[in-house]
Design a protein around this ligand. Structure first.
Ligand code: IMP
Ligand code: MG
Length: 182
């Protein structure tokens, strides 16, 4: 079996790129249908969402704008719990439909912080688009409008994944597929 080695850890294939691409196309189709009159502003959460955003937005065929923000909440394989401020939100979001584009929703802490900022700025509405969700760690009362794939782990499996924008200490973001700790 092929193992992806990143620093001190080994990862095995979890979701092949074909399956991710299929899921991303479905998300795009739903957004095209639901937001075609909204002139949405896509806010891509860097760094992790860059690959999802690139694939997703190529399939978006409605008028839209795209911008990038940054938050950081993770070091290594466990959540540090505190999420830093938003960097780079220069657009006027007042009365806009904003689509937050995230790589993965784990606890939802990151999303919660972004939403708090957007609510202060009086957006018309916000929608969430995430490539992946870890349903077992997500306990927030936040509506996830567009989720690519909900990740199901085996009982004995560590739920840390890399690839498709997701990293382990900065590594693995460039992989087309998703890998889980072996
Ligand atoms: P949350 O705030 O707990 O929802 O975590 C969200 C952020 O943590 C994501 O945007 C990712 O950048 C990072 N993250 C969560 N789970 C993983 C993982 O399994 N691998 C890599 N990064 C992750
Ligand atoms: Mg992230």
């Amino acid at each position: 079996m092929f193992l992806l080695t990143l620093k001190d850890k080994q990862f095995k294939l979890f979701i092949p790129s074909e399956k991710i691409q299929e899921a991303v196309k479905k998300v795009a189709a739903k957004i095209n249908t639901e937001l075609h009159n909204e002139f949405p502003l896509f806010l891509v959460v860097l760094n992790g969402a860059f690959m999802f955003a690139s694939d997703l937005l190529k399939e978006i065929n409605i008028p839209c704008e795209i911008s990038f923000i940054k938050v950081s909440s993770y070091t290594g394989t466990s959540s540090s719990g505190n999420v830093s401020e938003l960097i780079g939100l220069n657009e006027d979001v007042n009365n806009r439909t904003v689509v937050i584009v995230e790589d993965i929703v784990d606890t939802g802490n990151t999303l919660e912080r972004i939403i708090a900022v957007l609510n202060n700025k009086k957006v018309k509405q916000f929608k969430i688009a995430a490539a992946f969700l870890k349903p077992s760690s997500f306990k927030k009362n936040i509506k996830l409008d567009y989720v690519g794939l909900s990740l199901k782990f085996k009982k004995n499996e560590n739920d840390f994944v890399v690839g498709y924008g997701l990293d382990y200490d900065g590594l693995g973001r460039n992989e087309k597929s998703i890998y889980v700790l072996a």
